[in-house]
Design a protein around this ligand. Structure first.
Ligand SMILES: NC(=O)c1ccc[n+]([C@@H]2O[C@H](COP(=O)([O-])OP(=O)(O)OC[C@H]3O[C@@H](n4cnc5c(N)ncnc54)[C@H](OP(=O)(O)O)[C@@H]3O)[C@@H](O)[C@H]2O)c1
Length: 279
């Protein structure tokens, strides 16, 4: 599995399994297990997905069947907005660990910036404390726009290693990508397949024909070639296998630029400038 390197020297697999909207239970456990047994080394969950328990069971079963160690895996979870602020962050982190039956996370993310700048900063200070106390391997953010990044970098000490944002051919966020690249912060794509909608796009289908790959593989490969970390979600065993099988081919410069041209600045998820998670 190809990896990206963070500014702190740690690394992360470039493809992981996402588990948003997968109910806690057997399906979730089986998807995580199937992914690990088939070569995934990174799993992305969040407190708010309410499936950390079965993700943890899937990890345990997957590790056993694949014959690997916990340290071979990269596990991400996220701090929800309700748990922002002094005194809350470590508690929430411990709850995630308990749910997952793990004693550390590889990456802990602030899930959204929120709309209260001081609260965002206070929360990041608590994230910094977790990191400085070696309780977590890496800390990062999610859904931060350039303005949030600027505030964070100006007012705090530990730079996030990653920013996980909505990113796909219909929303490429070039300004944010340039900003993050120039500060050596990795950009990570959520909803890389636009929740399966991109798979019906005519250009994507054309390129799939040209390369002899599936539309999902074309889009995931496009993520890889643009240097992002990507976390396609699937609970379907064949698709889980298909989505990681993208290292035996490449896209031509023309194919990449044809996909880049699909951008229409179209968000599917909430606007990070105003999203409060119904606080
Ligand atoms: N930080 C955030 O705020 C945030 C927000 C949203 C998502 N995320 C993360 O990003 C991950 C991915 O995003 P997402 O779940 O929104 O959507 P996605 O990965 O863009 O798309 C998932 C959908 O595509 C289908 N699919 C997957 N592989 C396929 C294939 N090879 N062929 C055909 N269909 C395929 C899946 O169906 P089946 O499962 O039925 O196979 C599912 O319906 C999430 O799971 C989560 O971990 C983070």
């Amino acid at each position: 599995m190809r990896e990206v390197e963070f500014h702190n020297g740690n690394t992360m697999p470039q493809i992981g399994l996402g588990v948003f909207r997968v109910e806690d239970g057997e399906d979730c456990k089986n998807a995580v297990k199937h992914a690990i047994v088939n070569g995934y080394r990174s799993i992305d969950t969040a407190m708010i997905y309410k499936n950390e328990k079965s993700v943890g069971e899937g990890i345990k079963a997957g590790i056993k069947e694949a014959g690997i160690d916990r340290s071979d895996l990269f596990v991400t979870s996220k701090l929800w907005l309700d748990d922002y602020g002094p005194g809350n962050v470590e508690k929430a982190y411990d709850t995630s660990l308990e749910n997952l039956q793990l004693d550390y996370l590889d990456l802990y993310l602030m899930h959204w910036p929120g709309t209260d700048e001081d609260l965002m900063i206070e929360t990041w200070h608590e994230m910094e404390r977790l990191y400085n106390n070696n309780r977590v391997k890496n800390i990062g953010v999610s859904n931060f726009m350039v303005s949030h990044m600027e505030t964070l970098l100006q007012r705090t000490d530990v730079k996030p290693v990653i920013n996980q944002v909505e990113y796909h051919p219909y929303l490429v966020q070039n300004d944010l990508k340039l900003y993050l690249d120039s500060r050596k912060i990795v950009m990570e794509s959520w909803s890389p397949l636009v929740n399966a909608k991109i798979l019906d796009d005519e250009t994507i289908k054309e390129i799939a024909e040209e390369t002899g790959k599936s539309p999902a593989q074309v889009v995931i490969r496009w993520n890889i070639e643009n240097g992002l970390v990507t976390i396609p979600k699937s609970v379907t065993p064949e698709r889980i296998e298909e989505n990681i099988d993208v290292f035996g081919f490449s896209l031509s410069k023309t194919q990449i630029s044809r996909i880049n041209q699909l951008n229409k600045d179209e968000r599917n998820g909430p606007d990070p400038a105003t999203f409060t998670g119904n606080r």
